[in-house]
Design a protein around this ligand. Sequence first.
Ligand SMILES: Cc1cc2nc3c(=O)[nH]c(=O)nc-3n(C[C@H](O)[C@H](O)[C@H](O)COP(=O)(O)OP(=O)(O)OC[C@H]3O[C@@H](n4cnc5c(N)ncnc54)[C@H](O)[C@@H]3O)c2cc1C
Length: 423
Amino acid sequence: MTSAKKSGADSKQAIVIGAGIVGICSALALQEKGFHVSVIDRDGPAEGASYGNSGVISPWSCVPQSLPGLWKSVPKMLLDRSGPLAIRWSYLPRLTPWLVKFISAGAHRRLPATADAMLAVNRPCVEIYNRLLARTGDEGLVRDCLYLHVYRTPGGANRDDLPWRLSRERGVPIEILTGGEVQEVEPELSPQIKSAVVFKQSCRSVNPGRLGKVLAARAEAQGARFLRETVEKIVPGSGGVTRVDTGQGSHSANTVILAAGAWSARLLAPLGVCVPLEAERGYHLMFKQPGLSLAHSIMDMERHCVTSSMETGLRIGGTAEFAGLDAAPDYRRARVFKTHAKALLPNLNTQSSEQWMGARPSTPDSVPFIGAVPGHPRIFCAFGHGHLGLTGAPMTGRMVAALAAGEPLNMDMTPYALDRFNG
Ligand SMILES: Cc1cc2nc3c(=O)[nH]c(=O)nc-3n(C[C@H](O)[C@H](O)[C@H](O)COP(=O)(O)OP(=O)(O)OC[C@H]3O[C@@H](n4cnc5c(N)ncnc54)[C@H](O)[C@@H]3O)c2cc1C
């Protein structure tokens, strides 16, 4: 057992499991509350989903993945081998309970509460990132931009559609562009694009992996320890001290934050807590010499992928593939993005590219699990951010650190509870 055991008696000692963007933001927020933090990850900081995402930092995101009637389009999507949705058939029996919850989470009556819960986590992201990046010399890693959802039909962007209605009802600053207005905003877009919904006051990271590493370096400079070990077990002990067993030894602390992304449910199950969490695998293709640059993040609403310029090229990412945590990547899913990217950006040079796969930690209702593990008041969860973990990480850190410090949060935490799908 490491010397962390001795310090485990210190009530301000915390272990964060997972050095993705959620774990890193949690570590920084815990430090602000006076905690001494150790972060344990089998890899370096921001090497999981937090490495290869599309970089959208979207304070206005409040529309869940599951919407009424979505299931009607599923068969068509599944039959299209280059489509945005894929399920490995051998995995379907294990996926079914999650799918049932997913469909029921999209019922009309549930949407307002879900949208409010999503907005509360996502809204403060820009302000917190700017503060965390201040004086690092890497402030330019997060840039102001618009977030454009683009369509190939003039009526595609319809402000009365349910997602935009949900957004407008919450004061989200959206605008509709039609015809050449879209290309005036982003000149490289194909003339085939005929309309767009524009989210103003958004941001994008031009290198999500480096953003995570810069913030981890900040936490380390402030005294955090980053340990490269694989966590095998969380063992609640007496006196409120929890032991975390890894392949290399054991560490103990009074406070443990589980932020292991899509792998979190596996570490939770031995504590007798089962949560519906799926690895929703996504892919990206990175064009290293794109020959053009975008000022904004672009969501292609028909092909369901996001394109954004990065420090190291132009990235197009998307796909929801359900195959479990351990299946090998199917990089055909990334290669189809070449066609999608060309259809969006006709002048794009697609010659040199890199492919990547990562696992989104997805809950049925698109709301993360944030809060104490039932029966274990000093073990806190911070996972399940699905499509929006880069966006939701800063506020999640703030929430989990306040809970750990026993400070009032001034917000209703029930929408994030681990047991909300029980019964
Ligand atoms: C293609 C794609 C595009 C996306 N685009 C966006 C976007 O534009 N905007 C946005 O907001 N979000 C986006 N997302 C979602 C976002 O990337 C994720 O929600 C977010 O990265 C999750 O962060 P995390 O820290 O929870 O998980 P991760 O980044 O996956 O980190 C979890 C960490 O836990 C570690 N770990 C797991 N098990 C163990 C163990 N037993 N022992 C030690 N370490 C362990 C892993 O090594 C990993 O480093 C996208 C995702 C994908 C796949």
